[in-house]
Design a protein around this ligand. Sequence first.
Ligand code: SF4
Length: 423
Amino acid sequence: MSATPSKGLRPHVALVGRRNSGKSSLVNAITGLPLSIVSATPGTTTDPVARGVELLPFGPVIFVDTAGTDDEGELGAKRVERARRAAAGADLLLLVAPHGRGDEEEAAYLRENARRAILVATFADAENGSAEATTGAAAEGSLVEEARRLALPFYRVSSLTGEGIAQLKAGIVKRLTEVARAERTLLQDFVREYRLILLIVPVDLEAPKGRLILPQVQAIREVLDADAAAIIVKERELDWVTSRLAQPPDLAITDSQVVLKAAGSLPPAVPLTTFSILFSRLKGDLALFAENVTAIDDLTDASRVLLAESCAHHANCDDIGRVKIPRWLKNYTGRDPRFDFCSGELPGDLAPYDLIIHCGGCMITRGMMMANVERAKAAGIPITNYGVAISYLQGVLDRVLAPFERELPARGLSPRAGTRSTP
Ligand code: SF4
């Protein structure tokens, strides 16, 4: 992991809809900035356009303008697929349809995404369609009716005159605030006042110069917010620091790369986990990652393993994903599988892979991570993550998962998981 404040901490709002439904004008009207190119020519937006803006009074938000869901041709199908993936990872969806229009396909989309959707009817300034959407038999089965039935927020707006835009923005802020309140935090259930948290942070050649990485900063901030206290130490000073403590820490969190050293130095009674494991719980599906990690034991020389990194800021993850995990995995299994690497999106076809090991995803949202998890599940490919895999390969997974005992189903790990380590 590398990098500080990230898009991964900012909620993503994706605008989806058919070509010429007014998505680009709408994103410009909401943000008050000319973020997207607006044109009457259908299909002006090709790849998803993501821009960060300050949406007051909520805070930083990423708006994602996507290609029309009815784009055509070979290239169009690829754009639709990219739009679909962008929408899958978003925290909030604005389904955009011209006022008075809508069909069963869009109604089904609303139903599938009812948990996170807002319906926006555009071109409210245009006369045609108003009556169609609001009265009489034509309204039956319309998108508006469907939104009402699902109790979804619905706004009629005009990007041209500004009608309804302020109300829509207030609605987006309200939904994002609800989403943020419902989200779990990195140290949820572990920090409260007067708790002492020990953070083990190597500062080696791979550490970014002059700063801490995002998971470390996030942990420190949450400790302070909870009126607890943190001791931050490099692994070299760990024994010295613990020898000076009158009482053991309530929780120790270590960088995965020195988990073996931390597990050896801290008595078994000290709850120990890793930043990566905490991130897998925050952004992904820790129970699934822990269950799937045993797929490592089934790898053969003919197997293919995909190491998936979520962002281009991976100077440090490079070494972990491209060098250390393959080396540890080969040592552990005694096999020589083929390793492939990807940065950003997962490859279109996951079928060739026997295992996906995903990075911590500190720069992406939980929605994006879960969209990747769902793709792997749909393809029937076991997916785990760096932190879980490293602890498994080092033989300490049981120890670092113990703090989550109550939220994880009983696991049937390979006997090797708790006993064997790979230097
Ligand atoms: S590659 Fe993954 S873990 Fe590394 S910095 Fe990017 S999002 Fe974070």
